[in-house]
Design a protein around this ligand. Structure first.
Ligand SMILES: [Cu+2]
Length: 546
């Protein structure tokens, strides 16, 4: 995937701003260079149904955290020494040791070690992170070592600029966070919620005070009216809480505890009274926004104890209506899973991989190798291909611009009780069924190609693109660029777009209309993909919603 050159982006932005939003804007010429097609790949006769995992490839880090950058490259990182060996050290030993960071270019398969201990002096292992509308990645909190039976968070924030490859320390937060979640709001600010504090003496371990990163000012604003202290019983919902921006503009917490709560981020902030989602804790489960008012919550460990050490993995799944906070059961997954990953695909299916059935954190002996997907249209799960490597606690999955899913990591267990082989510094790239011809040949299908595009978009705007395709384009979607860790995919969102054929020429000109609601399409970066009549997606072009 080639990046959008900055100069082109600026020219296009100027053009977009000067154009009336009610008339189609003209695609820029010359357009950004088109992305490279995938090399030949054979997935076997079943690939059109099951998809296919490519051979395992080594990875320079254990991919505990991963972020798709605006240039189409993939950042992944783990703790300082790459194994987690020092993750339980006391703070004085663990501070100022930096983070091991890798940046991988899917187009060339080249890795670059981007660890910069002079600039990044803290351990971002166990932080929360999202890609801001500015193009910088925001990191909040991290690992400040262990204290007795538990870990401590950090108050630090960092910004990574992928143009300059530089790290900048941001304003410290009011409180520390280990395992926080971040969620982007409709105005482009980012709420940071939960995580454990940095006070070894505290009875309650969770950080009860949400804060909002004010993107334009680069400052944190504590939301003093939204203390979650009252529901901090076992700090359970402070460990990577499942948060989603609803169409109302509020954030809804759908887990991993049993309750649903609405979080109003305006003014000083407020939490609504809880409503029960279902009776089971779902630590290590996944939650996926299906549309602006509905979330799928699947699997997890049914343990009321933080860390989920004494539960058992669940196969059950529910959907939650974010508007009225009602819960509906959906059929169970094919496998019970905890610490799995969920990835929204361009066709709207939810791809699930990894996890184990025991629900024990570093247990590879009960790994689920077979992936599966949920089709929200038919409300059914279907089994997919099997991976070769366990992907459990500390594994990640990320949709690549080319429509494949990068699955990696797992482990990072420190001394691992003498079992270091559960540290998986490798990756397997999954080719979903839509990439293959439907003739049983196992070879890659011809793909639509977006050949002309304005990479800077505005809410409510109509814009045009040209898409080359052997069959008619059936859908055009935006998928938020991914930012994943600990079974959480922050801000994951897929937005189908209305479009019409404006010029039925050999390479048709399509006029696309963007939603006008910022809460349905928050500012930031998305993959724009066009799917043909057979459901084959184009390679995604990275665009920015302003
Ligand atoms: Cu962790």
């Amino acid at each position: 995937m080639n990046r959008i050159p900055h100069q082109v982006g600026m020219l296009v932005l100027t053009a977009a701003l000067s154009a009336c939003t009610t008339t189609p804007t003209t695609p820029p010429t010359p357009e950004a260079p088109p992305p490279q097609p995938l090399p030949d790949y054979s997935g076997g006769a079943q690939a059109q149904v099951l998809g296919s995992f490519a051979p395992v490839q080594p990875w320079p880090v254990i991919g505990v955290h991963t972020v798709l950058l605006p240039n189409g490259k993939v950042m992944s990182f783990s703790t300082t020494d790459g194994t987690g060996k020092n993750r339980g050290e006391p703070p004085e030993n663990n501070l100022n040791t930096g983070t091991k960071v890798d940046i991988w270019d899917p187009a060339t398969n080249v890795h670059v070690d981007t660890s910069k201990p002079a600039e990044l002096q803290h351990n971002l292992f166990c932080s929360g992170h999202v890609l801001l509308k500015t193009g910088q990645v925001l990191f909040a909190g991290g690992n400040n070592g262990g204290a007795g039976v538990r870990y401590l968070g950090t108050r630090t924030s960092y910004l990574f600029d992928s143009d300059a490859n530089t790290w900048t320390r941001g304003q410290d937060m009011a409180g520390a966070r280990w395992y926080p979640s971040l969620v982007t709001l409709g105005n482009g600010n980012v709420a940071a919620v939960g995580g454990w504090n940095d006070n070894p003496q505290s009875v309650k371990w969770g950080n009860p005070l949400p804060e909002v990163w004010q993107t334009n000012q680069s400052t944190w604003k504590p939301l003093t009216g939204a203390s979650s202290d009252t529901f901090d019983i076992a700090s359970f919902d402070h460990l990577y809480p499942m948060l989603h921006l609803a169409s109302s503009g509020a954030v809804v917490n759908v887990g991993p505890g049993t309750d649903l709560r609405t979080f109003d981020t305006t003014g000083v902030g407020a939490w609504s009274a809880p409503v029960q989602r279902d009776a089971t804790f779902r630590y290590g489960g996944v939650s996926v926004l299906l549309n602006p008012s509905q979330v799928l919550v699947a699997g997890g460990n049914n343990s009321a104890v933080p860390y989920g050490l004494f539960g058992v993995a669940l196969n059950s799944a529910v959907t939650v209506n974010l508007a009225d906070k009602t819960t509906t059961s959906v059929p169970p997954m094919n496998f019970a899973r905890a610490y799995h990953n969920a990835t929204l695909l361009p066709n709207g299916h939810v791809f699930i991989n990894g996890g184990n059935t025991s629900g024990q954190q570093f247990d590879d002996s009960t790994s689920v190798y077979q992936a599966e997907q949920w089709n929200p249209q038919t409300n059914t799960w279907s089994a997919l291909a099997s991976a070769s490597v366990p992907r459990n606690y500390h594994s990640t999955a990320l949709l690549l611009p080319d429509g494949r899913v990068l699955t990696m990591g797992g482990g990072m267990c420190g001394e691992c009780s003498g079992n270091p082989q559960i540290n998986h510094s490798n990756a397997e790239i999954y080719y979903p069924p839509y990439l293959f011809k439907k003739d049983g040949s196992g070879t890659l299908a011809a793909r639509p190609e977006i050949i002309s595009l304005n990479p800077e978009l505005t809410l409510g705007q109509k814009f045009t693109l040209r898409a080359k395709s052997e069959s008619a384009i059936s859908s055009i979607v935006l998928i938020r660029t991914g930012s994943v860790t600990h079974a959480s995919s922050f801000d994951q969102r897929r937005v189908p777009l209305a479009f019409r054929v404006a010029e039925n020429t050999q390479i048709p000109l399509l006029e696309v209309t963007l939603p006008s609601e910022a809460n349905a399409l928050p500012p930031g970066y998305y993959l724009l993909m066009a799917l043909n009549a057979e459901g084959v997606p184009s390679i995604g072009r990275i665009v920015r919603m302003n």
